[in-house]
Design a protein around this ligand. Structure first.
Ligand SMILES: Cc1cc2nc3c(=O)[nH]c(=O)nc-3n(C[C@H](O)[C@H](O)[C@H](O)COP(=O)(O)O)c2cc1C
Length: 357
């Protein structure tokens, strides 16, 4: 059976289908639990959550399912905070604030730019999560060892072969190969992101040839055609973000879900506008306007913190021109509905295609 792969076996799940951990309130406990209950691997998008919120969310998932699930975090980069001046970009963004009717923001740097990664990790360890997935780098050895000792499966993310080799060498159990079609942040952590915009079709077979750990394909997979193609390319599983962001249980804003349904393959762009780190999302006024100030944009996570009030006000007012709406290049194919239906449709469609082939 196609669904019996190294990934489904090692994770103890029925189908080798992973719902991406999507931070920012998208991959919430009810989405992760719905996916895991149906036989896939649900993931909590915990990157931007405070340690206490992560603990509560893990417990909420466990109240809804006894199946395996993952928690996803973002590996911090060092030394960005001191580097970037923020006064000029804050002034530029005050124009958007005025349009949204919110207060102008001072040029004094905020108290902190991101949650403490170490404190987030302490919660994952204490809660003994079944699977830990991550992006933007490799965790320090102490965390890898501690998690492996208690049986947690580790899944890293790579956009190039050298990143995947790096993850394998560090002792990570599986690697998500993130193609350039993918919605959300680029996972790139070695070298410039512009050299690492490799499509899923090109990336997956090269990863499968070179690393020995199982490869999970991500980027542009929306239905059984994408799953079957990924397996043919040498992947042992798939990870979908956009398809699940559109589901009923996702925490995405209703206007964002509606925007996803109205996209074409030309609607998305890779931008640093919202967070300072390249990410693929639906092109809107904020992205276009901030593109003119690319040279002044501070690095991630500074810009992410600076745009927080704008993103929040835009969501409250349903103003999609200022919302960050991450989406992959195949988002036209979203079907929405319940997450369980999405999984079962993927499974049925994959089987049908493989039989036909
Ligand atoms: C809304 C959204 C948020 C995302 N947030 C994260 C995240 O917090 N951590 C992560 O590892 N990947 C994140 N991703 C990337 C996914 O893991 C995955 O690479 C991508 O969704 C695959 O492409 P697709 O969107 O075409 O399915 C996000 C993707 C989307 C669409």
């Amino acid at each position: 059976m196609w669904m019996n792969t190294k990934v489904s076996q090692a994770l103890g799940i029925q189908y080798p289908i992973i719902q991406a951990g999507m931070g920012g309130g998208i991959a919430v406990p009810r989405l992760a639990a719905a996916v895991s209950r149906t036989g896939g691997l649900g993931t909590l998008g915990a990157g931007y959550l405070a340690p206490g919120e992560i603990r509560e969310a893990i417990r909420e998932i466990r109240r809804m399912t006894d199946k395996p699930f993952a928690v996803n975090l973002l590996i911090p980069e060092c030394g960005q905070e001191e580097a970037s001046p923020i006064a000029e970009i804050q002034q530029t963004m005050n124009g958007f604030r005025q349009d949204l009717g919110i207060g102008q923001t001072s040029t004094v740097p905020p108290a902190k730019y991101a949650e403490s990664f170490d404190e987030q990790m302490e919660v994952l360890l204490a809660e003994r999560v079944p699977v830990f997935s991550f992006t933007f780098g490799v965790p320090e050895t102490q965390w890898i060892e501690a998690l492996k000792e208690q049986g947690t499966v580790l899944i890293g993310t790579a956009t190039t072969v050298s990143e995947a080799v790096h993850l394998e060498y560090a002792g990570i159990d599986m690697v998500v190969g993130q193609g350039s079609e993918a919605g959300g942040h680029r996972a790139t952590f070695l070298g410039g992101h512009e050299h690492a915009l490799v499509g899923t079709m090109a990336l997956i077979p090269q990863l499968a040839d070179i690393v020995k750990i199982p490869v999970i394909a991500a980027g542009g997979i929306m239905d059984g055609r994408g799953v079957a193609a990924s397996l043919a390319l040498g992947a042992s599983g798939v990870q979908l973000g956009t398809a699940f962001a559109a589901c009923a249980e996702s925490g995405a804003h209703p206007k964002y879900k509606e925007a996803l349904r109205n996209t074409t393959e030309e609607s998305t762009v890779v931008t640093r506008a919202f967070t300072g780190k390249p990410a693929r999302g639906i092109r809107n006024a904020f992205i276009v306007e901030m593109g003119k100030h690319e040279d002044k944009l501070p690095a991630y996570p500074i810009q992410h913190e600076l745009t927080r009030d704008i993103r929040k006000a835009a969501a409250n007012q349903g103003r999609i021109e200022y919302m960050s709406m991450w989406a992959g290049q195949a988002s036209r194919l979203v079907s929405g509905g319940a997450a369980a239906d999405t999984i079962l449709r993927l499974v049925g469609h994959t089987g049908e295609i493989l039989r036909r082939l």
